[in-house]
Design a protein around this ligand. Structure first.
Ligand code: CP
Ligand code: NVA
Length: 302
């Protein structure tokens, strides 16, 4: 495993397996009420340039459960928000902290921070990628389906950070991934190139959600308007209206298909209330697994 978790680039299947194996053990121990203070005395700084519920809570609670603490650093309230460079912030924070988790806009900012930090840096979401989410999602798929191999995942909607991380995962792992995105809202072309070059998995982009969802084991979606795109919200509602996980789309997936969403969800937009609150939805288990998987990542990196 590398020093940082910025993306899945360069990760071997064994790196993923190490995280999931540890996550499963940490989850079991937590359910059995066993304490495990592997990060006693360690501190994680959490820099947030965007809102968060799950990422913030799961990292903060995760550090606490492992015997360490997490500091919530809203960049508006730190000198980063007043123009202190990421290089100086990284060098200085490396003296106080044992790790940094950052949620921000540009992937380049996360990479710059990692370049100057001597401590591990974890990408807690950028405009480009959301690796922690997909690590938890693949862990959830293994819990529900026994394995991620021979499982068809269909991603319906915006070719955003979550979609890009799915494609990146398919460059590392033998996944079958289909996506349906409207024209002009495709995932990042670089991710596709990587997945073609290194691709262990099968990735195919469709325009029609029904083509992507056909016989899928997992139907996955995310919001139509990501953080930072709020001004486009009305236009996106119009463009994405056919890219909804609803009862009809679920009907073309396998009968025992599960439905996933990274959350937060907008019922009536990218997913219907009937589906997300229905028996095939695993969104709450998926959110819970952010905690267990990130604890494993923290242990391994710190
Ligand atoms: N899925 C996810 O990252 O949620 P938050 O934005 O609430 O952290
Ligand atoms: N694509 C969404 C994910 C939120 C967890 C966003 O970036 O806002």
């Amino acid at each position: 495993m590398k020093k940082d978790l910025l993306s899945f680039s360069g990760m071997a299947p064994t790196d993923f397996e190490e995280i999931w194996l540890r996550a499963a053990r940490l989850k079991r121990m937590l359910k059995e009420g066993k304490e495990y203070a592997s990060l006693k005395g360690k501190t994680l700084g959490m820099i947030f340039d965007k809102s968060s519920t799950r990422t913030r809570i799961s990292f903060e609670v995760g550090m606490y459960q492992l015997g360490g603490i997490a500091l919530f650093l809203n960049s508006r309230d730190t000198q980063i928000g007043r123009g202190e460079t990421l290089a100086d912030s990284a060098r200085m924070m490396s003296c106080y902290l044992n790790g940094i988790m950052i949620r921000t806009f540009a992937q380049e900012s996360v990479e710059e921070l990692a370049r100057y930090a001597s401590i591990p840096v974890i990408n807690g979401l950028t405009d480009l990628l959301h690796p922690c989410q997909i690590l938890a999602d693949l862990f959830t798929i293994q819990e529900k389906k026994g394995s991620y191999e021979d499982v068809k995942v269909a991603y319906i909607g915006d070719g955003n950070n979550v979609a890009n991380s799915w494609i990146e995962a398919a460059a590392c792992l033998p996944l079958e991934l289909t996506l349906a995105c409207p024209e002009g809202y495709d995932p990042d072309a670089r991710m596709f190139k990587e997945s073609k070059k290194d691709g262990k998995g099968y990735v195919h982009l469709y325009r029609d959600p029904f083509d992507a969802a056909k016989n899928a084991d997992v139907l996955y979606t995310d919001v139509w308007t990501s953080m930072g795109q709020e001004a486009e919200s009305q236009e996106r509602k119009r463009i994405f209206k056919n890219y909804q996980i609803n009862e009809k789309l679920l009907g073309v997936a396998k009968q025992d298909a599960i439905v996933m969403h990274c959350l937060p969800a907008h019922r009536g937009e990218e997913i219907t209330a009937g589906v997300i609150d229905g028996p095939q939805s695993v969104v709450i288990d998926e959110a819970e697994n952010r905690l267990h998987v990130q604890k494993a990542v923290l242990e391994i990196l710190i």
